[in-house]
Design a protein. Structure first.
Length: 267
């Protein structure tokens, strides 16, 4: 009887492990598929606006006029105040580049592995914000401040490095007239929100430094206007608000998901 009980226990454990592995494999495949679709959508958006340079410049003047009316057109003065600090410029340039794609990739993978019960909602908000932003990029192409040296702006990436736009891969992929809203700021905000929402650690609040530093980076490197930042904040808040009833429905049992011995995976 004891041997039979042990065998049954081993079989149950093996079945649970197999289910967990199957679930992980299916989920990982789904996430990779979504990532590929997201990249394709980004490339597609770039194709739609690649010849809209003149419209992007017109929209830039609109942004400048709106910022002047609001009394916040000070990006060139803020940038000029830090250009003599080579170390600060060096750090901001690299934060702007590496913390966006690489940082977001690391964060998403960490959330997927560590906080699976929260990952579904975070993914929805991230994708919702990204696709909404891509739509705005098509409808409202906008050039970044660094395109306007006559106003006093400096392209710090080209001047101080890394010269990312010398790379054919970057120039073929990146949409340089997609300033409004700033996905750099949007993704950073979602990252901080996701960490604070998922983690119980008192250190989680330090995640707020990420969007704060990213905002400083996008403004001081000449890659975004203040209204791009405000647009990103408003868009993320809107997507979270729209997603809230979806999350509430899921938490009420709208979707029954695979479970293992310790965790329920929702979303």
């Amino acid at each position: 009887m004891a041997h039979a009980a042990v065998a049954k226990s081993d079989t149950t454990a093996s079945t649970s492990a197999d289910q967990a592995r199957d679930h992980l494999g299916w989920s990982l495949g789904r996430e990779i598929t979504l990532l590929v679709l997201g990249l394709l959508a980004y490339r597609t958006a770039r194709v739609f606006v690649k010849d809209e340079i003149d419209q992007a410049v017109v929209n830039t003047q609109r942004i400048i006029d709106w910022e002047r009316a609001l009394g916040i057109f000070n990006e060139v003065h803020l940038q000029s105040s830090i250009l003599t600090n080579d170390v600060l410029v060096w750090g901001l340039n690299r934060y702007y580049f590496f913390a966006h794609f690489l940082g977001t990739t690391i964060w998403v993978c960490w959330m997927f592995v560590r906080y699976r019960e929260h990952y579904g909602r975070i993914r929805r908000v991230l994708l919702g914000t990204t696709f909404a932003a891509l739509t705005i990029h098509i409808v409202f192409p906008l050039a970044p401040p660094r395109w306007f040296p006559r106003m006093g702006f400096v392209d710090t990436l080209q001047t101080y490095g890394p010269k990312i736009y010398d790379s054919s891969f970057i120039t073929d992929t990146a949409n340089q007239i997609a300033a409004m809203p700033s996905l750099h700021v949007g993704w950073a905000l979602i990252g901080a929100w996701g960490v604070v929402r998922a983690s119980a650690s008192p250190w989680r609040w330090f995640a707020g430094f990420h969007p704060a530093i990213m905002i400083a980076a996008v403004i001081l490197t000449g890659n975004h206007w203040w209204l791009d930042v405000f647009g990103a904040v408003a868009l993320v808040a809107l997507v979270i608000a729209v997603d809230t009833p979806i999350q509430q429905w899921l938490e009420r049992g709208g979707v029954e998901t695979v479970t293992d011995d310790t965790t329920t995976f929702v979303g």
